[in-house]
Design a protein around this ligand. Sequence first.
Ligand code: IMP
Ligand code: MG
Length: 178
Amino acid sequence: MRNDISEILISEDELKNIVARLGEEISRDYEGKNLILISVLKGSVIFMADLMRAIKIPCKIDFMAVSSYGSGTKTSGEVKIIKDLTESIEGADVVIVEDILDSGVTLSYLKKLLLARNPASIRICTLLDKPERRKADITADYAGTTIPDAFAVGYGLDYDEKYRNLSFIGVLKPSVYQ
Ligand code: IMP
Ligand code: MG
């Protein structure tokens, strides 16, 4: 698995620092609020698991699955709901937890959909941001770090459902998908 990676973008230690910082920011901003973290499956599960433990105030969690990608590395522009939330978010302070904000198509669709359910507030927390590739008009309220336009895998991010279990974030060798 390691042989398919050309470069380590974010090491395990760097990931820990990023997640700790985001956890502090969210803990500070949501003190006394009705916080619910919504993880977008499957890419954000590892980030979500670490982030929720870096948050020092009470919070609920829920999961949603949408898809805008097939098994390729470029967005198809289509977003499908595969799994919906289990609870109402009416009146809640929602933070959507995403692995990566790329074209932004997925998150702008999801944000609109969740806003229609009348939460008290809604913000986006993404581990990675690839601003060069943005197509939709959307920005993250909390972002771990910006990465260049390369296909990243590891720490939850996949290529063709693989590499999610790498403990760092790396760049996949183009020879793997070409
Ligand atoms: P967007 O709609 O283009 O912003 O795509 C968001 C989704 O595409 C993410 O939640 C990821 O699942 C996937 N994605 C985008 N870029 C990458 C990448 O570099 N590596 C792995 N998955 C990616
Ligand atoms: Mg994916």
